[in-house]
Ligand binder design. Sequence first.
Ligand SMILES: Cc1cc2nc3c(=O)[nH]c(=O)nc-3n(C[C@H](O)[C@H](O)[C@H](O)COP(=O)(O)OP(=O)(O)OC[C@H]3O[C@@H](n4cnc5c(N)ncnc54)[C@H](O)[C@@H]3O)c2cc1C
Ligand code: SF4
Length: 561
Amino acid sequence: MNTDFDVCIVGSGAGAGPVALTLAEAGYSVVVLEKGPWFTENEFYKDELASRRRNVYTPNLNDEQHVIEEPDGRGGWSSEPTSVSGWNFWRGSCVGGSSNFMSGFFFRLKPEDFYLLSTFGPIDGANLVDWPISYEDLEPYYTRVESVVGISGRVVPHPHLEPRSTRDFPFPPTLEHPFVEQFDTACRKLGWHPLPTPRAILSNSAMNRQSCGYSGWCGSYGCSTGAKGSSRAALLNPAFETGRCEIRPHAKVYNLVSNTQGKVIAAEYYDRAGKRQQVDAEIFVVACQAIETSRLLLCSTGPRHEKGLGNSTGQVGKNLIFSAGGTGGGDIIYKKLGRTMAESLKFQGLFLNRNVQDWYFIDNPVWGRRQKGGTIDFLMEHPGPIAKAIDLIWDDHGNLRWGSPLKQALKKHFTEMREFKCEIFCDWLPTDNCFVSLDTKVKDKWGTPVARVRVGYHPHDIKIGNYLAKKATYLMRTMGVRNVYSNISGSPPPNLAAGGCRFGNDPKNSVLDPDCRAHDVENLFVTDGSFMPTGGSIPYTWTIYANAFRVANKIVKQLGG
Ligand SMILES: Cc1cc2nc3c(=O)[nH]c(=O)nc-3n(C[C@H](O)[C@H](O)[C@H](O)COP(=O)(O)OP(=O)(O)OC[C@H]3O[C@@H](n4cnc5c(N)ncnc54)[C@H](O)[C@@H]3O)c2cc1C
Ligand code: SF4
């Protein structure tokens, strides 16, 4: 059959870029359909009002939204559309997706993460399963991401270092703030291992991209040098340059059409003018980020897929996960430091880039058997002043500050101290209370049902999060950091979502086979984080990139390459 393209990819973020590049380089024709616009480096500004207050890179919640179901405190669930609550689950709707706006703290999973159930045993109420592939299967692709996306770092031996096929990173670490020395010394005194955090940021110019300009504005902002390893800068731009990858922005896919044999034959989308369009292809790849991928599959019913594509056993949308844990921090007071260090802290830009994984596995006698722990990542406060100023509107007791007390708090913060922060990552256990379905009432501006997302968490996540938070706050206090706090909660971070279309060997409890192809649709693959049955205790993007490269090779094979 003659089709418009060999491969049609829906979405253009971390799950899409590796597939587009691999297929285009292998000589296949590819189309990428992305619902948002296509920005270039010149269109990313350090403009807090535009990025954070007016959400210019995400849809207006009246046009496109979610309905979120949360525990109501009485054993039931209460739901609210996000256009009412203002809770924004969009994180980057443009070519390159949220990967444009990530901080680029990059971590590999560890071998044990692939066998959580058999290594640590079952947990009541959690739908734990082992992955159908091992760390060894993914390792070559983690390594490929290091060189193709551009990861900078330095390997330091430590008890939980994951096995590597190369000795070190292809790019040296990004420049570090002098305060790192104090951090390393404090950790070593406690017998901990301070680890340089790998970053998806170029420390040297390479691959037609400039090196980092050390603005420090990575998190939530697009990178205007191209140093950040977004799917757009690192993968889609080179895919496009092959001449075999077409990228169509403003293409909102609302349906994947399937035929009487059950194969997908076309993607239907609305273009910028709101007109219906369609493309056909041999193979379809969905990479819309966890929630929207499940939504699209559930919306795409057909003669052989009455409950939606890939959903013959009712698994699409189930076992959605987020990154569990939370944040912490405190103030480094300039006058408690030497003059040189205090002066250096006033300048934004250089990275702290440190993490601690000493409790990736926890042997706490009180808990009996060994538990899966997590990662504590340490960083300096984001340079954006408005977000901080808004925090300061509330005092430590939750009272509104205004007038003179507010002025004093602002002056003190911006002239006498710098905030030192940590992010705590642990597993969000998959449960029956965290899933995506279609809302029966609320529709988007095109008339398609929006995703209804239940965001229940397992209490075990909080237990582990608090254990790690205690370690983090203890370290900060020993370093002389003041006003130390931590906040561990079951509130899902919308920027770190995965699951919903698990891969596995058994179609009864998974949507995708080990190659991330739908069990019941021979030409449909899913390559964003939806495939992950468990998430590890790290942010996911390196794993999403690596797995998408792995699956891309399977697609090349299926096409006869
Ligand atoms: C502020 C921030 C900081 C982060 N920091 C880190 C970090 O330090 N480390 C880390 O590992 N990860 C980080 N992340 C997470 C990282 O960005 C995501 O893990 C990654 O981008 C997910 O890839 P994805 O392909 O699933 O989705 P995305 O990259 O979001 O791409 C999905 C794309 O699909 C498009 N789409 C959705 N529905 C449709 C449709 N129906 N039709 C057409 N297109 C559609 C969307 O518009 C979007 O562009 C961060 C994210 C944010 C927002
Ligand atoms: S600090 Fe570097 S990677 Fe981050 S946004 Fe600025 S230039 Fe880009």
